[in-house]
Each structure stands twice: as structure tokens, then as C-alpha cells.
Ligand binder design. Structure first.
Ligand code: NAI
Length: 660
């Protein structure tokens, strides 16, 4: 039996016990052992007690629960740090008279990895992941991460980890030297053996006293250029790079204090506040789904109707998450095309290295394509993704109502159509709802859950379970034209066309959006996805349009001229040279339409363009909140960031509105 040492008042989250000369320091702070103040204080107390106890020869630091320390306590970020500060705790551990070995399972992230790096040895379970994701929260490591990491791994690896923020697998961590051993058996026993071995080698060697790991030199200018391109205006990745670069030429103590100063400055920045906002908004999204009091249906077999762009993507997402999918198309030719589309999407994922060939094969084996609706009878839930045409969809839902079990959940992936009208086609409208996926559906994280007037609790519980299964973030939307995202996009698209009519040019609007941080401009996106669907929609609505409402014919004129986008070789841009080039014909149409509308064309600055776009997004967002279409402003930000390329480091349009 071990012996407990009195380590102070923090024993509930950090315990200390000694067995045969080896102390076990165990962090137990569910759910992910975040390094809150109590944990820091507990570690410091444990460290002091150990240093005063001559019977202790070595220490094993481990965590209870599903993970090693997965990071700082994010609620503390952005506030004034509380004592004891993590750098001081780590300095105490690193300077301990006996060696500390971190036994890592689950994830060691951020402050968790910094803690592990301050230990004198590291052993990990093969399934563990290790990383410094601080840049994703607009900050850099603040407790020696950028100083200790290049003393354990080559600088090139350190640059990748600190500026990209992506965790690495245990095996890669072992190969690069970040951890000293992989444990294939008993992690704690292996850590103990390592600790005793280190104890036999004399005084423990602090990581900070090591030299930088030799390796290929880093071309800092090239790295900076790469980050500038990729970060879309976010500054944290560049700050992270600069910290590593600066620290490489400084004594460790000086590098540490520079890193800390930069960390504190960034933690108080607007960018960090925006990224924290979106981090919490994502976790809070789909609020009302969390309290739905009903059981979801079984998701082992799911039906998907329509195997085009969206249907194939949704089927792929389901297959990769372990469900079997019955994919229904119109006829044998379309069935084969749909099957091929799914197979190609899976092959693409294998090629990109995101799934293994074996996983893709296993997924495809669970796909049952066909053209007989009767085959859906054993599916407790079906997702419709046929053409965006009310009459086609009505027919589909009438047919589903006949073949599906009476308690099956029926979902539509419609972009704009009235979910209540579709529900009216079924005998029990409580089982119908919208599940609006984003393209490519097996990649995009957002799922708009459209709650119809009659949608019942089982349907909502099923949507929540499906989002969990597919690892998507659900946002609940009420019924209106375009729900949350497409409604906001339609509003700013309309205003952008007004700007075109007033004198702006498509490439100027696109450049303003890209400079702001969007991955692509509005017109580049339209050219990529094709102008014809929106055109058909405008024609379908033409009869109901209020003649007194402002309307520009610019997009219609482009379509009439066969400029349907990239697939036609021309749209808002000309693609005859292979890249998007501004086109004289478009300019001509713009000038004619300005004249017809009686507008004198003038120049727009990038700032003015973005002010108008943001203003419209925010105005529409406020209307959406007022009408109860969205449950919170945070949900709107999540939709715009995850579904429409709004730069994450700006926090979303509603966050920006609040900050002004
Ligand atoms: P698509 O034209 O690529 O695919 C539609 C598929 O449905 C075709 O393969 C067609 O053969 C099949 N189909 C048509 N009638 C059918 C029937 N009666 N029974 C079985 N299959 C039938 O269209 P896409 O882009 O996949 O869109 C599908 C739905 O998803 C639409 O409601 C659209 O508004 C919505 N959506 C589209 C997004 C996009 O980015 N493309 C994004 C989110 C939603």
C-alpha cells in the first residue's frame, strides 16, 4: 500500500501517493483535466512536497479519466491570469530534484503538452495525440511551449506544430523525439520504469538546458509567406512563427519571457476574443436540441433519396460514420451514376489521406443503391435530396408516406423550400423536418436543423443524434425562405448586385471579401457552383415579385448570355485562359444596366464594400433573431463561419456587430 503525502489543500484534483520510492502525481479534473487554478496549485504543492521528501527518487505524472491534460481552462483565457501561473508551476517541476515522467493517454494539448514537455521524460499510449492548438484560439503557447518544443524536436517540426495547431499522433511524436517511448502495455508501469531509469542517471536534465535539436534549417521567409497565404488575415500563426524564430537565437530564459509577453498581449486581442466566442458558440449551438425529451430513432440503416451532389455526399458521410445506406434514384442509369459518385467521393477521401482504403471499402460495402422506394420500408429515417423543385419533392414525400413505417422520420435537405408545405403532404407532419447539409456534405461541419411548425420531439432528437453520429454541429432554424444561412446570403448577394449596378466590379467585391478573410469572393463562388439554379429560382418567383421593390437584372442578363459559370467557361469572369479574368462583356452588361436603372457609376473602396456586406448580414441577422428563426446570435455566427466562409478569426457578423 502506498503512502499519501500531505500536499496541501488541492488534493481533490491532484493527488500524490508514494509507492517504493516513486511518487504518483495524479490529476483528476473531469472532463479533460484542464489546467485550472486548482490543478496548477495542486501540482505546485505536490512538487514542493516531493522535493522535501528524501525517500522519493522519481515521479510519474498521470491523469485520471479519458485523457491527459487537454489544455488550459478556456474560461480563464482572456481574463487576468490567477496565481500560481503555469510557467512557475512548470519551472518548479522542471527544476525538481528528482525526475518527473509524464504518462500520456488520450490527448496532451496546449498547456497539457507544455506540462509534459517540462517533465524529464515522456511515455505515451499509442493512441495518444499531442499538440499545441493555441493558434486556433488566437494565441500562442504561453508557458514555454515554443521554447521547449524545439529542444525536443527539429525546428521544422516545431514550426508545423505551433503555427498549424494540429495535434500529432503518438507514433509521429515518438519518431520526432517529442516523446521518449511508446507504451504498448501498461502505461503507468512503463512510465515508472522510465522514471527509475532516469533517477539512476544522476540529476534530472531540464528540457530548457538542452540545445536546439539539430535538423534542416527553416527558411523563415518561405514559412512566413506560406502562413500569410493560408491564415486569411489571422495573426496568431504569424506571431507563433515569429516567437519560434526569435526564441531560436536567445538564451532559454529570455525566450521564455518574450514568449510570455507575446502570449499575454495576444490573449487580450480582439482576434482571440473572436475565436473564443466562436469556440463557445459552436459548443452552445443547437441549444434547444439538448433538452428535447424524446428518444431518437435507430440510425443503423438510413435512407437517402437522390444521389446527386448532396445525396451522394450525405450518403458518404453516413457510410463513413458506420451506418448502412439505402440510396434511391430515379432509374437504373441514375442509380449507377449515384453509386459511382459515392465510390468516387470515398476514393477522393482515401487519396487525401483522411480515410484508409480498408475503411472506404467497408463503407462502400454498406451502400445499397436502388430505384425502388419499397426498399426503404426498413429504414427508420430517410433524408430527401432530390431536385430543388416543389412538385418533385411533393411527389417524393407522398410516396414516402405510403412506403415508410408510420413512425419513421422524414427529412428534407431543401435549401429554400417551405418545410411546412412538405410536411402537409404527409399523414403525420410531426415526423418531418429539414436537415440542411452543406456541400461537400461529408466534409462540411454545419447542419441546419429546420424545425417546421409541426415538427415533433422524436424528429428533433433524431436530428441531434444524427449530428452527433456524423460529428457535425447542429444549428436549429425556423422555417423561412433560406433558413438562416441562405437567407443571409441572399440578402448580401442582392446588395452586392446593387453595388454592381452603382459602379462596383465583381473582381473588386471578390477582392474586398478575400482581403477581409473569406476564402473566396461571392462571384468566384457563384461561378464555381453555377448561376443557373438561382436563375431558375428567380424566374419561378418573378410573378410574385413586388414591382416597387428594387431589382437588378444583371445576373439574369449574364445567364441569358450563356454565362452560367465555370462549367460554361464564363460567368462573372472569363475562364478561357484557365484562370478567372475580368471580362469586357460583363462590364458592358453592368454599364447598360446601370444606365437603365438611372445610376451614375462610381468607384467603391474595399472598405465600403465590406461595410455594406457586413451591414446587410447584421441587419438580416437581427431580423432572423427577432422573428425567432435563429435561437441565438451565436448560432448565426456559427452558420456564417462554418457554412459560408466567414473568417473564423473575426468571430462572425453578429459578434462584430456587438463589438462595435
Ligand atoms: P443534384 O441535381 O445534384 O441531385 C439531385 C438528384 O436527385 C439527381 O441525381 C436526380 O436524379 C435525383 N432525383 C430527382 N428526382 C428524384 C426522385 N423522384 N427520386 C429519386 N431521385 C430523384 O442536386 P443537389 O445539388 O444534390 O441538390 C439536392 C437538394 O439539396 C436540393 O434540394 C438542393 O436545394 C439541396 N442542397 C443543395 C446544396 C448544394 O450545394 N448543391 C446545398 C444544400 C442543399
Amino acid at each position: 500500500m502506498g503512502r499519501f503525502i500531505d500536499g496541501g489543500n488541492h488534493m481533490s484534483v491532484v493527488s500524490l501517493e508514494v509507492h517504493d520510492q516513486v511518487a504518483s502525481v495524479i490529476i483528476d479534473n473531469p472532463p479533460v483535466n484542464a489546467l485550472g487554478r486548482e490543478v496548477r496549485a495542486g501540482l505546485l504543492d505536490a512538487c514542493r512536497s516531493i522535493d522535501q521528501d528524501p525517500s522519493v527518487k522519481a515521479v510519474v505524472l498521470s491523469c485520471k479519466g479519458r485523457s491527459f491534460v487537454a489544455g488550459a481552462d478556456i474560461r480563464e483565457l482572456g481574463k487576468r491570469p490567477l496565481e500560481p501561473y503555469l510557467p512557475d508551476v512548470l519551472a518548479a517541476i522542471e527544476g525538481s530534484r528528482v525526475p518527473w515522467v509524464a504518462a500520456i493517454h488520450g490527448t496532451a494539448l496546449g498547456g497539457g503538452l507544455e506540462l509534459a514537455m517540462a517533465c524529464h521524460g515522456r511515455v505515451t499510449a499509442p493512441s495518444a495525440k499531442l499538440g499545441l492548438p493555441e493558434v486556433t484560439l488566437g494565441i500562442i503557447p504561453g508557458s514555454g511551449g515554443t521554447v521547449r518544443l524545439p529542444r525536443l524536436v527539429p525546428m521544422r517540426t516545431a514550426v508545423g506544430m505551433v503555427t498549424g495547431g494540429k495535434p500529432v499522433e503518438a507514433e509521429a511524436a515518438f519518431d520526432t523525439g517529442l516523446v521518449d517511448a511508446l507504451s504498448n502495455g501498461n502505461l503507468l508501469a512503463d512510465a515508472r520504469a522510465m522514471a527509475l531509469e532516469l533517477a539512476g542517471q544522476g540529476d534530472p536534465v531540464p528540457t530548457l538546458s538542452r540545445r536546439l535539436v539539430p535538423g534542416d534549417p527553416v527558411d523563415w521567409t518561405v514559412e512566413e509567406g506560406r502562413l500569410l497565404k493560408r491564415s486569411r488575415g489571422a495573426t496568431a500563426p504569424l506571431e507563433a512563427l515569429a516567437t519560434l524564430r526569435e526564441g531560436a537565437d536567445l538564451p532559454a530564459a529570455e525566450a521564455l519571457s518574450r514568449e510570455r509577453a507575446r502570449f499575454l498581449r495576444l490573449a487580450a486581442s480582439h482576434e482571440a476574443a473572436a475565436l473564443r466566442h466562436i469556440f463557445f458558440a459552436e459548443r452552445a449551438a443547437g441549444q434547444s436540441l439538448k433538452s428535447v425529451d424524446a428518444k431518437p430513432v435507430d440510425l443503423t440503416h438510413v435512407g437517402v433519396i437522390g444521389g446527386g451532389t448532396m445525396g451522394a455526399g450525405i450518403a458518404t458521410a453516413l457510410l463513413l460514420s458506420g451506418s448502412g445506406v439505402r440510396l434511391i434514384e430515379r432509374n437504373a442509369t441514375a442509380v449507377e451514376a449515384a453509386r459511382r459518385r459515392v465510390a468516387e467521393t470515398l476514393a477522393g477521401s482515401v487519396k487525401r489521406g483522411v480515410v484508409t482504403q480498408a475503411k472506404a471499402d467497408d463503407a462502400l460495402a454498406r451502400l445499397i443503391p436502388g430505384d425502388d422506394y419499397a426498399a426503404l420500408a426498413d429504414c427508420p429515417v430517410v433524408i430527401e435530396a432530390v431536385f430543388e423543385d416543389m412538385s418533385v419533392k411533393r411527389e417524393v414525400f407522398a410516396a414516402l408516406d405510403d412506403v415508410m413505417p408510420a413512425d419513421a422520420i422524414l427529412a428534407t435537405n431543401t435549401s429554400y423550400l417551405d418545410v411546412n408545405d412538405l410536411a402537409a403532404m404527409t399523414r403525420d407532419p410531426s415526423r418531418l423536418l429539414g436537415l440542411h447539409f452543406f456541400s461537400p456534405a461529408h466534409v462540411m461541419k454545419l447542419l441546419e436543423v429546420v424545425r417546421g411548425g409541426a415538427t415533433g420531439a422524436r424528429a428533433l432528437a433524431t436530428a441531434a443524434a444524427l449530428a452527433r453520429l456524423l460529428r457535425k454541429i447542429p444549428v436549429v432554424a425556423g422555417v423561412c425562405d433560406g433558413f438562416i444561412g441562405n437567407r443571409i446570403m441572399a440578402a448580401y448577394r442582392r446588395d452586392c448586385e446593387f453595388m454592381l449596378e452603382e459602379g462596383a466590379l465583381p473582381h473588386e467585391i471578390d477582392a474586398a471579401m478575400r482581403d477581409f478573410g473569406f476564402a473566396m469572393g461571392l462571384y468566384e463562388v457563384q461561378d464555381m457552383s453555377g448561376l443557373d439554379i438561382a436563375w431558375a429560382q428567380r424566374r419561378a418567383r418573378a410573378a410574385h415579385r413586388d414591382p416597387s421593390e428594387r431589382y437588378t437584372h444583371i445576373a439574369d442578363r449574364l445567364c441569358e448570355a450563356g454565362r452560367l459559370g465555370r462549367k460554361a467557361g464564363k460567368g462573372w469572369y472569363d475562364y478561357s485562359t484557365g484562370v478567372a479574368e475580368p471580362d469586357a462583356e460583363v462590364l458592358h452588361i453592368l454599364e447598360e444596366e446601370s444606365e437603365k436603372a438611372g445610376r451614375i457609376r462610381r468607384r467603391f473602396s474595399a472598405e465600403e464594400v465590406m461595410q455594406r456586406i457586413l451591414g446587410v448580414m447584421q441587419e438580416e441577422g437581427r431580423a432572423i433573431l427577432r422573428e425567432g428563426i435563429a435561437e441565438s446570435a451565436g448560432d448565426i455566427d456559427v452558420v456564417m463561419v462554418l457554412g459560408y466562409g466567414f473568417p473564423r478569426h473575426k468571430g462572425g457578423p453578429m459578434f462584430m456587430a456587438g463589438a462595435r
